[in-house]
Design a protein around this ligand. Structure first.
Ligand SMILES: Cc1ncc(COP(=O)(O)O)c(C=O)c1O
Length: 396
């Protein structure tokens, strides 16, 4: 589709074409076949491989190509690889850009299992340093002659601390290193990481992009050149996503723009309401008055597009009252995931960050009273009512 149309219109149509497929189905067909027959003789077999025609599913698949094209359009990249999970995307990208003797700089507030993965890479001779990617002096200080990758997340879990993508890209590129950004928390609807200078952008499609809490998938996107080693390694690593999940994701992405706009709008309204609530100590969301990285947020988030649909807020650290608050909530409920249609909460202190010492948690702003919220598509006023009523538990 021509780019005379709005991004959301083009998103609807991106990835609809299927190579060598004679029909024009109105919705994406699901190809469950693990192989595609090749008619003819050995010359035809050779041609099929030379043309990258559909052959064997781990190497190439029509559903994967369709989703890759949609995700590439969404992120503004040339090529995408679709993985079985966000973690397999991260693993494949890091293993494609790092080898023994290399050094990696990683954001100091990454998703817990990404940190575990980076620690495992040390067993294979890859050094790492954690640094605050919102502080360019800290990033500069962490650079070494053998730094090959800077890896971060657009906004950190759970306190929404932002990475300075443009600044990190400049530092990385000056040293011949590659900047990889995980955009799962905010999505391309809030930040276009490639346009800000990242070389590869990663998504756990399991979250907002899939959006219905029913698929496990990941993606990596970049220029054809940056994606070449990733796409070459993916079939060998066997990290490609399965067709059924991909088909579900294609279906879900048709409404991504509608969902995420509503979710971001709700998050903004809820964050502002929570900031005014007398029982709330602090709110972590870029549009609240006391957000510490206002300038960076202004530079990072697309004008009028929203700042994502994840926020966290701090209540007084009184477990009995927090328990009572949780029991009183009628809409928001506890779920160990994020990015679904329904508003959910998680408690970093007892879940994602429970392995850290209290001192480490305090340094990251993670207190006993901190609750992380993934904001859904309910009516904003209902959400605000749900939270403000439940917070009255602190009055008693
Ligand atoms: C920021 C971030 N990156 C990556 C992942 C891993 O994604 P997946 O569960 O799809 O492997 C998660 C999962 O929660 C995440 O929050």
């Amino acid at each position: 589709m021509k780019n005379e149309f709005d991004f959301s219109t083009q998103m609807l149509y991106a990835g609809s074409d299927i190579k060598n497929f004679p029909l024009k189905p109105e919705s994406a067909p699901l190809f469950m076949a693990t192989a595609f027959d090749i008619d003819g003789d050995l010359d035809d077999v050779e041609t099929a491989y030379n043309n990258h025609d559909y052959t064997y599913i781990r190497t190439i698949s029509p559903n994967r190509d369709m989703l890759a094209e949609k995700v590439s359009f969404m992120e503004g990249g040339e090529k995408s690889a679709i993985f079985s999970s966000g973690m397999s995307a991260i693993l494949t990208v890091l293993m494609s850009y790092l080898k023994a003797g290399d050094h990696l700089i990683a954001g100091d507030t990454l998703y817990g299992e990404t940190i575990e993965l980076i620690e495992i890479l040390e067993n294979y001779g890859i050094e790492y340093t954690f640094a605050d990617l919102g502080n360019l002096k800290a990033v500069e200080a962490a650079m070494k002659p053998n730094t090959k990758v800077i890896y971060g997340e657009t906004a950190s879990n759970p306190c929404m601390a932002l990475a300075d993508i443009e600044g990190c890209a400049e530092i990385a590129h000056k040293a011949g290193a590659v900047l990889v950004i995980d955009n799962t928390f905010v999505t391309a609807y809030a930040v276009k990481c490639l346009a800000k200078g990242a070389d590869i952008v990663i998504n756990s499609l399991t979250k907002f992009v899939g959006g219905h809490s029913d698929v496990l998938l990941g993606s990596a996107t970049g220029s054809a050149e940056m994606m070449a080693p990733v796409l070459k390694n993916q079939p060998v690593f066997g990290t490609a996503g399965g067709n059924f999940n991909i088909w579900m994701c294609l279906r879900s992405m048709q409404t991504l723009g509608l969902r995420i706009s509503k979710q971001m709008e709700n998050a903004d309204k809820l964050a502002r309401a929570l900031e005014k609530d007398p029982h709330v100590v602090k709110v972590n969301y870029p549009t609240v008055e006391k957000y510490p990285q206002k300038e960076l947020a202004h530079a990072l988030f697309a004008e009028g597009g929203g700042c994502g649909a994840m926020l966290s807020f701090e209540m007084p650290a009184d477990r009995a009252k927090i328990n009572e608050f949780m029991k009183r909530l009628k809409i928001c409920h506890y779920a160990p995931t994020l990015g679904g249609l329904k508003t959910t909460m998680s408690h970093p202190c007892t879940s994602s960050h429970r392995e850290l010492t209290p001192e480490m948690r305090a340094e990251l702003g993670i207190t006993e009273g901190l609750m992380r919220i993934s904001v859904g598509i309910e009516e904003a006023d209902d959400l605000i009512k749900d939270f403000t009523e439940a917070l009255k538990a602190f009055d008693e």
